[in-house]
Design a protein. Structure first.
Length: 107
């Protein structure tokens, strides 16, 4: 993995205890030695999912801003299951879930 990309101020002030590795690469990676517990922990599919999936999604979202039309859709579909996400949003809206993307009450 190429760590040379600048991630803003976070690459110098918070590295999760891994020298020279920007925080965006260590999202979801617990480090008990320094008592670091990430905000974005993997809670499902712990045996098959890796934090790299989240990092990859964030990288795609941040680098696809210049894309348009089908190229943008294809970039998103490569890292997000759009149909499942839209079902989640629709069901949350329909049921009035107060702890979702719309209101963010508890998170």
């Amino acid at each position: 993995m190429n760590y040379s990309r600048s991630w803003g101020p976070y690459d110098t002030i918070e590295s999760n205890g891994i020298e020279g590795v920007p925080i965006a690469v260590t999202i979801g990676v617990e480090n008990n030695a320094i008592d670091y517990h990430s905000t974005y922990n993997i809670k499902t599919n712990k045996k098959t999912s890796q934090p790299h999936d989240l990092v990859n999604m964030i990288q795609v979202l941040s680098t696809s801003q210049g894309l348009s039309g089908q190229n943008f859709v294809a970039a998103l579909e490569a890292v997000i299951d759009i149909d499942s996400f839209l079902r989640f949003v629709a069901l949350s809206s329909l049921t009035g879930n107060p702890d979702d993307l719309r209101t963010n009450v508890n998170n």
